[in-house]
Design a protein around this ligand. Sequence first.
Ligand code: G3I
Length: 553
Amino acid sequence: MGKAIVRNLALAVCALAIAHPAVAAPLRTSATAKGLLLGVAVDMTPFRNEPIYSETLRREYNLLVAENAFKFDALHTARNTYNFTDADALVAFAQANGMAIRGHTLVWHNQLPGWLTGGTFTRDEVIAILRDHIMTVVGRYRGKIAAWDVVNEAIDDATGQPRTSSFWAQRIGPDYITMAFQFARQADPAAILYYNDFEAEGSGAKSDGVFNLVRGLVNQGVPIGGVGWQMHKINPFRISAANHSNAQRLAGIGLEISITEMDIRIQLPSDAQELQQQALGYGDAVTFCLAEPNCAAVVTWGFTDKFSWVPGVFNGFGDALVFDASYQPKPAYTAMQSVLEAGQGGTCTTAPAAVANLTATAISSSQINVTWNAVTPPPNCSVTYTFHRSTTANFMPSASTLIASGLTTTSNLNGNLAAGTTYHFVVFAVDAAGSSPIARTSAPTRGGGGGTCHVGYTIVNSWPGGFQVALSIQNTGTAAFNGWTLTWSFPGAQTIASLWNGTATQNGPGVTVVNMPYNASIAAGASYNDVGFTANGPAGTPTGFAINGVPCN
Ligand code: G3I
């Protein structure tokens, strides 16, 4: 779907840029220059009634999809009656403005007309209706629609198995999916035929279910060409390594992907910090799609917060799009613009610098979080990160486990690690010109070494020059503590205090209540949030502990 279509649109974009000299760099201009389809779902009411709505579409986007106008109930109003008024208007607008079009959607369990769902049709009649619908709709726009969402949301949210309760599954059986793709191919030999769903983009039962479904279709020779990731998200949202690996496994079976319905909803009222967080998610999506060769398009489900499905469905949430309700660009818009304009007009010739501030922090006896500072991309470059881990110190990346590549985030949470074991990490930055020098860090998991437990604690008593803290320490491990040290931190000059040493008081699991006097002036009732407990158990032994009932490892 992507590059050839975008090339064909480039001429129209040049004309539009000249026609709107006051707008410095609309998203459309740089998206087209980068070969990216950047799209938006269109609500037909403001499309017809608010000139600024259609002006913004034409200026900022090179791809349109109808939010509702192409759905079954909108088009197919009685068994032998179709209403193409809105769909035709949208297609005409897109063509007049040199924009590509996605068709959404042919087969879905929602937005079906009453004449269909309430009708007493035999299986063969329902198949005939499905065929007639697809042949009529896809045939009408043959050659004009770049990609069709042929089947929408056919996988069950919870189980990852095919949804059996939908109208189509109930009335035709599971074959309706194959039939729909075959009818669509008969009606338009060139359109890219998509399966579209939510929660299809990362890891887990749902995305595995989608992958299994589309792999089965590919293996049977069904004419599927792509998978749409809806991506209706909650702030804060960032692209993760799972999104990259999922894109790559779909590429591995010959399928392209598109982000088809993105929005990032915020609990209202939103504040400036939340809008900045939201901007990171939108910037990530564009960076991701530019980085993954099989990603064709980024489509948002609307563009102005004035018209969005979110507030009507998610009570108390909104502000999910990239223009505000007054059509002013939000930080999310600027983030997309920055990503699209990076490297505009040149090639990347410089490898990135090494990452700085590479830090490993034990979270538990099985988890270590690794963070680093983002590397500033050299001119014309975009940077991703590669991440290796080993239990061997000073290992060479080429001889170790590759944990992730193509990361656009600056952290990686490592799980399923062994307790009380030191892990070594290597991270380097990569761009089109090459790799940075490697950066190294190490940390032990907790257990056999201890760690910091971020629990709240309160000063229960104080006197001039002293105070008392009450903490309940629970040994939840299987080994006795062989001596231990308790530390806590508090703000101000006395940042970290190392303070109380004890000898073994438990043999195996048990509870000790510790009342600690300490020589410092802290007001009674003050609350802080950082207690450290080092249990000197044998290395590698899971010496679990909890403080005030909060498990620390
Ligand atoms: O068409 C009727 C109209 O005749 C009536 O007067 C009006 C009164 O409420 O309702 C109109 O129908 C509404 C329709 O949008 C068209 O505006 C429905 O009530 C309303 O429920 C429907 O919501 C749409 C929803 O799909 C339906 O499931 C949203 O606008 C649309 O954004 C949403 O889009 C879906 C994608 O297609 C698939 N992925 C999820 C995404 C969000 O739910």
